[in-house]
Each structure stands twice: as structure tokens, then as C-alpha cells.
Design a protein around this ligand. Structure first.
Ligand SMILES: NC(=O)c1ccc[n+]([C@@H]2O[C@H](COP(=O)([O-])OP(=O)(O)OC[C@H]3O[C@@H](n4cnc5c(N)ncnc54)[C@H](OP(=O)(O)O)[C@@H]3O)[C@@H](O)[C@H]2O)c1
Length: 245
């Protein structure tokens, strides 16, 4: 689909990657860009229409789908990462919050906007996933589980919306230079570079974006994950745990 002339809605549009998405959409000539955010007052870029939305509030998701009935491009960007392990986390709170937002929130958006996209000619859905959809790292273990669930959701929604001509794009990335990765000392790609790749993919009809070298390497290694992906993570984690105990 063409971005120019499209009507887009981006979740988590007030900062980070979501803000880069809205700016890129405006620069490519989108006719209208709804910037959905829990704090809509923080959506301040010219041309972006602030829209109050917490994606974990299913009733509000339905209301927004009814009001923004002209959307042809849905960008499910909002997400949380609590840097939580499976075993030593003090409770299930982080795992539940990640699943509520990254999986159920995204699912709720897809369900409410599917008929909107159908009415507007099919359009496209972009789901912001992660390299951790493909493997687990103890550093953000339960986040990875929520992104793996969202990856599965993305593949399923693509199958279910094919009949209405909706393109469903999965975006996987390693570290992106936003607040979420602020404490990470590792190579990061810019949010602007991810936004460029994603809307190039939407315009080309591609179903998947692997946004950086690390993500491409991990996806290519999946058939040998226990030989190629997990040993260095295990070594790193064992050393980190030894440092703590
Ligand atoms: N940064 C990375 O290294 C990285 C790598 C791969 C994938 N991702 C994914 O990229 C997406 C964007 O993350 P980011 O890097 O821009 O992180 P960020 O700077 O932490 O921004 C997260 C955005 O999501 C919003 N959000 C969180 N929960 C929400 C909810 N329930 N309803 C509506 N909005 C909500 C936040 O709103 P508030 O301002 O209200 O909190 C914020 O706008 C996420 O899905 C993330 O998992 C990030």
C-alpha cells in the first residue's frame, strides 16, 4: 500500500519509536496520523492528532476504533519491558503486565480494527515485535515470552485477514535507541532507521522486517538455536549470576 494519502494510527506515539513512526508517516505524506497515547498531551508533533488510548483497556480500544473509522494503516507499537527473569522475579506482576500490553493489548487492537481496515480497502497492520520473539534471554525473560506470543498472534492474524486483503507486517529488532534500552550498553539502531525500514516494507508488501544485523543472525540461526544462540547467553548469564552470589 502507499503511505501517501493513507490514514494511520500509531500506538505509544508520544515517545521513542512510536514518535519516530508518526514523524515518518507525516514526511511520507500520510493524509492523517492519529497519535495514540496514554498521555495524549505528550503527542505534540505538528500534523499528528493526539488520541487518548491505553491498549490494555479493551472498552477504550473499541471506542477509538469507532471514532478513527477511516484508518487504513494500524501500527501496534506500544509495549512494555520490565527486565524480569522467570524464576527470581518477586512475583508474576512483571510477566502479567508484559503479557497484558504486548500480547493482549495488541490482540485487542487487531480485533477492533480488523473491520475498520476491511471497510477501508484492506490496508495494513504493523506489529512491533522483537528479536526476543525468537529466543529467550534471562535479562528480559518474561518480555521475550510476551513477544513470542505476539509473534504467533501476528502470524495468525495474517492468515485470518488475508481474505480481506490486509497486509500484516511483523517487525523484529534488537536494541533501539529509546528509553526502553537506555540502560543497555550495546549497539543500538536509531528509531528513525527502523521507521524507514518498516514503511518501505509496507509499501513493498513485505510481511517481515528484521531491523538489524543481530536480529537477522538470530533468525537465520533458529534451526540451530541450542548450538548457536543459547551457549553464549548461558555463559554470559552464568558469569552474571556468579557475580551476584
Ligand atoms: N527499544 C528497544 O530496544 C526495542 C527493541 C525491540 C522492540 N521494541 C519494541 O518497540 C516498541 C516501542 O518501544 P520503545 O523502544 O519506543 O520504548 P519506550 O520508549 O519505552 O516507549 C514505549 C511506548 O509504549 C507506550 N505504552 C506502554 N504501555 C502502553 C499501554 N498500555 N497503552 C498505550 N501505550 C503504552 C508508552 O507510553 P507511556 O509514555 O505512557 O509509558 C510509550 O509511548 C515496543 O513494542 C517495544 O517492545 C523496542
Amino acid at each position: 500500500m502507499k503511505i501517501a494519502g493513507s490514514v494511520a494510527l500509531v500506538t505509544g506515539a508520544n515517545r521513542g519509536l512510536g514518535r519516530a513512526y508518526t514523524r515518518e508517516l507525516i514526511s511520507r505524506g500520510a493524509a492523517k496520523v492519529y497519535g495514540a497515547a496514554r498521555q495524549p498531551g505528550q503527542v505534540i508533533d505538528p500534523g499528528v492528532i493526539p488520541t487518548a488510548l491505553d491498549i490494555t483497556d479493551a472498552k477504550r480500544v473499541g471506542e477509538v476504533a469507532a471514532v478513527c473509522a477511516d484508518v487504513s494503516l494500524l501500527v501496534n507499537n506500544a509495549g512494555v519491558m520490565k527486565a524480569s527473569t522467570f524464576i527470581d522475579a518477586p512475583s508474576l506482576a512483571a510477566a502479567r503486565a508484559e503479557m497484558e500490553t504486548n500480547y493482549f493489548g495488541t490482540l485487542s487492537m487487531c480485533r477492533s480494527f480488523a473491520p475498520v481496515l476491511a471497510a477501508n480497502g484492506g490496508g495494513a497492520v504493523v506489529n512491533m515485535l522483537s528479536v526476543t520473539s525468537f529466543y529467550t534471554n534471562p535479562f528480559n525473560a518474561s518480555y521475550g515470552a510476551s513477544k513470542a506470543a505476539a509473534w504467533s498472534l501476528t502470524n495468525g492474524v495474517r492468515l485470518e485477514l488475508h481474505h480481506q486483503g490486509t497486509l500484516v507486517v511483523a517487525v523484529h529488532a534488537g536494541f533501539i535507541d529509546t528509553d526502553m534500552a537506555a540502560l543497555v550498553d550495546a549497539p543500538k539502531v536509531s528509531p528513525e532507521s527502523v521507521a524507514t525500514m518498516v514503511f518501505d516494507a509496507v509499501e513493498a508488501g513485505q510481511v517481515e522486517v528484521l531491523a538489524d544485523e543481530r536480529t537477522r543472525t538470530v533468525k537465520a540461526s533458529l534451526s540451530h538455536d541450542h548450538e548457536l544462540i543459547y551457549p553464549p547467553i548461558q555463559e554470559f548469564w552464568d558469569a552474571a549470576v556468579q557475580g551476584i552470589h
